[in-house]
Ligand binder design. Structure first.
Ligand SMILES: *Cc1c(COP(=O)(O)O)cnc(C)c1O
Length: 384
């Protein structure tokens, strides 16, 4: 068959429910398109209720939330911020926005998140140089909970504040508790390909009421309390619109269902692909945790198959199936070529061997069969 015989299967397309339109409709009917309004308040309440976070501020993007979150943690010019190398560039760019420098750390092989041992090395080495890191960004990659107990304990030992980048991990849990709430500041993204979407959007959650107020203040141009426009501090235009928050309200109703569906997709792949020699579903949940399985990822082991991830990706493309390489480590990016890096081989190998498979919650059983048979065609054993 030719690729045009099929509809395209996307990696992680938006999946809307039945209520988003009601919230949007109400906002337009009430002429409450701007400024902040009932949908925005409701969306923030929904996020607080789901995560158990005391305070939430909805913003234009996850990147904006990381930017403001780092500023809350006091990051400024000349500071260093610890950050996993194996993540999307949006995790680290706000460090640069603030005039600070990232210090990158390798992953561990179980969850693919920041490695506690390399992290300790990094902290101790920076401190020996008289450069105590100002903050740590903790990422839960592809929704997979990081080794939270070890990392939170390590950060506490050295009194380094932590920002939890849970952009990919809304709905994931650790010890029954939703990710994004383990430190003073957590961040979610509602970008188009995430588990829930507002087309574009983000949120910052915190347990500190004053921090939430400061975040709202910065996100709306930092206007002083005066009848005219007076500014003592530098702000941004980062507040989510009341319209998009309406989409968010409809989406939040679906979160548990979407997590369940993505977990089923992961299990389906696991059950139907794990007999293929050299194809490995390796990202594993730490005991007591539950990943939202935002994206199902596979590794191709060059000791068992001659097929590379890029060959697999191109083969899937001929079947009109979208797949994507894993995040290219940030220490390998031209943008970050001069940033310090602790370790490296783990995330470099993951990048070299891995691929993200279509994982959207709207995938049908027929879609999954189509993807699996295309994978089976592509992945070849080593020549004997
Ligand atoms: C998507 C993402 C972000 C950024 O979120 P946006 O809403 O797209 O700005 C940050 N970190 C990670 C790990 C992400 O996957």
């Amino acid at each position: 068959m030719r690729s045009q015989d099929y509809d395209r299967i996307f990696l992680s397309p938006p999946h809307l429910g039945r209520h988003e339109l009601n919230y949007l409709h109400k906002a337009i009917e009430d002429n409450w398109v701007a400024p902040a309004g009932p949908n925005l308040d409701g969306f923030e309440r929904d996020i607080c209720e789901f995560t158990g976070a005391p305070h939430c501020v909805a913003l234009t993007s996850g990147t904006a939330a990381i930017h403001l979150g780092l500023r809350l943690l006091g990051v400024g010019p000349g500071d260093e911020v610890l950050c996993p190398s194996f993540t999307f560039v949006a995790t680290a760019n706000p460090i640069l926005y603030l005039g600070a420098t990232p210090v990158f750390v390798d992953s561990e092989a179980d969850t693919w998140n920041i490695c506690p041992e390399r992290l300790r090395e990094a902290i101790e080495d920076r401190m020996r140089q008289g450069r105590k890191p100002k903050a740590l960004i903790l990422v839960h990659l592809y929704g997979m909970p990081a080794k939270l107990s070890e990392i939170v304990a390590l950060a506490a030992e050295y009194t380094i504040p932590v920002l939890e980048d849970a952009a990919e991990a809304l709905g994931s849990r650790f010890d029954g508790r939703p990710l994004g709430t383990f430190t003073q500041v957590g961040v979610f993204s509602f970008n188009g390909n995430k588990i829930l979407t507002t087309s574009g959007g983000g949120a910052l959650v915190t347990n500190d009421k004053q921090w939430a107020q400061r975040t709202r203040f910065w996100a709306t141009q930092a206007k002083d309390e005066a009848p005219y426009y007076q500014h003592s501090d530098m702000g941004y235009n980062y507040r989510l619109s009341n319209l998009l928050a309406g989409i968010g309200r409809g989406q939040m109703e679906l979160l548990e269902d979407r997590v369940k569906k993505r977990r089923e997709i992961y299990l389906w792949y696991k059950n139907n692909l794990q007999d293929i020699p050299g194809l490995i579903l390796s990202q594993t949940e730490p005991t007591g945790s539950r990943s939202n399985r935002w994206l199902t990822t596979v590794l191709l082991d060059p000791a068992q198959t001659s097929t590379t991830p890029e060959e697999l990706r191109l083969h899937l493309e001929t079947h009109n199936v979208e797949s994507r390489p894993l995040w290219k480590p940030l220490h390998l990016q031209p943008l970050y070529a001069t940033a310090p890096m602790y370790g490296g081989p783990v995330c470099e190998q993951l990048f070299a061997q891995g691929l993200c498979l279509p994982s959207g919650s709207s995938l049908s059983e027929a879609d999954l069969h189509r993807i699996a048979s295309a994978i089976r065609e592509a992945v070849q054993p080593l020549p004997s």
